[in-house]
Design a protein around this ligand. Structure first.
Ligand SMILES: *Cc1c(COP(=O)(O)O)cnc(C)c1O
Length: 399
């Protein structure tokens, strides 16, 4: 056995302070597992007796399923949802026993693998229903499935009449049973979400016709918090779990779980009139100190943040200057006494200041979901409780 010197933290980072684990990293995400668990409990209490289905698609909205899923399970979340069957298979390796719903389209040839992994699929065709039936022919229990109803979003799901026909066909197949019905709102996050009432009425008609499907779900974060009548059996909560609320929604007691950090790769001086970054779109009006942030659009830090973006250095804002590049961008640190290796915060608190996901989204011309879900796997994910690291998922080049 080799002994690990103090200079080389163990890859897991377990039990070390954040500063020790992040010392050698260019850039990383910090995920506060205490905040995540508190959010899960707060949301569960807010929507009870409906149960929480944690939506952990897209690598848990960027926060990383390896760290997020076990913490949510520990906080008592009974069910999880993803969109792709591949996401479901990856989540099954992390959570062997929890219910996992696959919300998106599944190719019938993947049915056997999904059934073997005990994933609950959303069935959108007779071919898929037959494939599930065949795959579960040998098992004693029929495989439960859900049907997604298009109640007005016109994205995915079946029209009510097609859903009734498919339910009829499923009832006649061995090894498969209709357990659930779902739908999804078009205007959940809008100030005027009145169309949700029309969608709810269309969905209720299908539910009334298919009473064998005992588990019904229709709400995302905004619908779950704004419309108690649409909580039904379970609510599919994604964004709110991260302590970020849709702009039309209120709930006290949630805390942001995710922050984005980097270390200045260098600090240098430029002269009046000199330009910075591709196209030299920014020029110094006087002598300036500039810091190099080793994060770029390949990490999910959007190029649209070139105009109006900022980071925190020593708790004070340092504006992005010039264009954000694939792997790095430059900030103006004139007068901030910044030095190479100083920690900067792109998203989250530092000192008395804070940059929140909605303000980044507004600068980038997008929504908060897009900011966190865009963060790629080149960035390390560091999971901690009260500043003590519980797990590190190292960054990789695969995104
Ligand atoms: C992503 C998604 C959710 C979660 O939405 P949030 O607004 O993040 O809570 C719920 N349901 C479906 C069908 C989704 O695609």
């Amino acid at each position: 056995m080799t002994t690990t010197g103090a200079a080389t933290p163990p890859p897991s980072g377990h039990g070390l302070a954040l500063a020790e684990v992040t010392r050698r990293l260019n850039a990383w995400l910090q995920i506060d597992l205490d905040a995540l668990e508190a959010n899960a409990r707060r949301l569960a209490a807010a929507v009870a007796p409906a149960e929480v289905i944690a939506v952990v698609k897209a690598n848990a909205y960027g926060a990383g399923i390896e760290g997020v899923a076990p913490a949510l399970a520990a906080a008592g979340v009974p069910a999880f949802a993803v969109v792709w069957v591949e996401e479901g298979l990856a989540l099954r390796r992390i959570l062997p026993h929890h219910r996992i719903l696959v919300l998106g389209h599944t190719h019938p040839e993947l049915a056997a693998e999904a059934v073997a992994a005990n994933l609950t699929l959303s069935v959108d065709s007779l071919e898929l229903a037959r494939a599930i039936s065949c795959a579960s022919a040998a098992s004693e229990q029929p495989t439960p499935v859900h049907i997604h109803i298009d109640s007005g979003l016109h994205r995915d799901g079946l029209a009510p009449s097609d859903a009734l026909a498919l339910a009829q066909a499923i009832a006649e197949l061995p090894g498969i049973a209709l357990e659930g019905l779902s739908t999804h709102m078009a205007n959940a996050d809008e100030l005027d979400d009145s169309f949700s009432s029309d969608q709810a009425a269309a969905f209720a008609q299908v539910c009334d016709a298919l009473t064998t499907a005992a588990y019904v779900h229709a709400a995302n974060s905004a619908t779950a918090l704004r419309r108690p009548g649409l909580r039904l059996s379970g609510v599919r909560i994604g964004l709110a779990m991260h302590g970020i609320l849709p702009e039309n929604t209120d709930l006290d007691g949630l805390r942001p779980i995710l922050s984005v950090h980097a270390r200045l790769a260098r600090v240098s001086r430029i002269r009046a009139g000199e330009g910075v970054s591709y196209g030299l779109t920014w020029r110094a009006s006087g002598p300036a100190e500039v810091g190099l942030v080793p994060v770029g659009y390949a990490d999910g830090w959007k190029r649209a943040l070139s105009r109006g973006g900022a980071v925190l250095v020593g708790g004070r804002p340092a504006p992005v200057i010039g264009r954000i590049m694939m792997d790095q961008f430059v900030v103006d640190v004139t007068g901030l006494k910044a030095a190479a290796a100083d920690e900067v915060v792109l998203l989250g608190p530092q000192g008395d200041d804070r940059i929140d996901a909605w303000s980044v989204a507004e600068t980038a011309g997008t929504i908060a979901w897009d900011i966190t879900a865009s963060l790629t796997s080149r960035l390390a994910r560091v999971y901690h409780r009260g500043g003590i690291v519980e797990r590190v998922v190292r960054g990789s080049h695969a995104t």
